[in-house]
Design a protein around this ligand. Sequence first.
Ligand SMILES: Cc1cc2nc3c(=O)[nH]c(=O)nc-3n(C[C@H](O)[C@H](O)[C@H](O)COP(=O)(O)OP(=O)(O)OC[C@H]3O[C@@H](n4cnc5c(N)ncnc54)[C@H](O)[C@@H]3O)c2cc1C
Length: 403
Amino acid sequence: MRTIDVIIVGASLAAAAAAKRLADAGLETIVLERQALPRHKICSGILSPRGHRFLLENFGPLPREVLHDPVSCKGVTFHFPSMVSMPMDFFGGTTPHLHRKFSDHWAIKQSGAEVHDQTSFVGLEDHGDHVIVQARKQGEPIEYRARYVIGADGPSSPVIRALYPDYPKTIPWFFVGQKFHEIIECPLDEQYFHFWFHPGLGHYTWSHARDGRQIVGVGFKTGDNFAKKHAVVQQYLHDKHGVKLQPAGDDHEGCAENFGPSLINRYVFGKGNVLVTGQAAGFLNMIGEGMSCALHSGAISGEAIVEARLRNRPVQEMYRKMIASEVRRTSDQWNPLKIAFDKPHEADFPAALGALGWRDRARVMKDIWNFVVLYKEFKWGRQIFRAAMQRPLIGGYSMRKWL
Ligand SMILES: Cc1cc2nc3c(=O)[nH]c(=O)nc-3n(C[C@H](O)[C@H](O)[C@H](O)COP(=O)(O)OP(=O)(O)OC[C@H]3O[C@@H](n4cnc5c(N)ncnc54)[C@H](O)[C@@H]3O)c2cc1C
């Protein structure tokens, strides 16, 4: 059995950031990835400016092959049922449009950690002074002995399931699906990610250009029919925005999302010698942007291990102290008071709203209210809106709810 300092589960962006901190500190680190690398990852790939800075500062300039076409994105455009469209530019200019299959592989290679792909995490036993990790490499059982483990294994996190088997039953799950269309005519600006605040379309509806095709995506809940939801959105884009698309190709895709823990400040950070980070921990910004907080939380999980060793302190104590800044930053993005009076986002919502005439501004506010508070299908909408309103505008977040 191989003995190492740290095992990281998942070879994505949170993992790359954690691995970089650990490898830089001289800790022997192995990253386990269940898929063969480079692996596909369903994602729009729109990186926030803060995520972009993280990649540049930690891994260097991005090679062309880690980008889709268009290679960059100016910002996000919100569309409302009242037919007001509100483009918001990212602070500091355009950001890269990542091709996750290649960007994640590039970042993990740059981290300097050893990577074992086609190796699935199966379970763990925390013995206090070490953790035994059980995995399967191409079907064959394999065990590792590590001082610490980091679960950077995404929304369905097998590491969380190993620590808290009942946790997945306690949070709301959503599904997202997207289809790819050849374009006949598309007036939507390809330099923006487009998002619809429209109860008639669903709780999460988006579209953007990628490699010469148009993606049309919808969020849906268990029991909903993805094809029907998608058809409604495609028809709406045609009728209201003049978007003419060919029927979708066969390569549609979807996945389950743990959308919401950051909204209600209910993160999972692990226990004992096992840390959880990235989207597995619940980090996901508003409108589903998760790469920047995956990178930053991942780096903090790696730093927490380095600090715990240096100071001879329990790693959970270090991690929970150090992660508080990222919690505040991510949860603030959902806070209506922060959105109205501050700038928690990386695109300028107040400026875009201010640029509208007062009639359109009133329409937008009414549409947002209808979407967040009155939308019946968004069952826990009212509950989470109340929870968000109760958060402190400035200062700390309660850690009592964190696992
Ligand atoms: C449709 C869609 C569009 C999105 N668009 C954007 C966007 O435009 N911008 C943005 O910032 N975010 C976007 N996101 C969110 C973003 O993709 C995630 O928040 C981000 O990838 C989370 O990173 P992570 O490192 O925490 O985990 P993930 O990227 O989910 O990676 C987890 C890794 O763990 C591996 N793994 C899982 N189980 C095991 C196991 N048992 N053993 C070993 N390895 C395992 C997986 O294969 C994967 O490689 C989008 C998400 C979806 C679904």
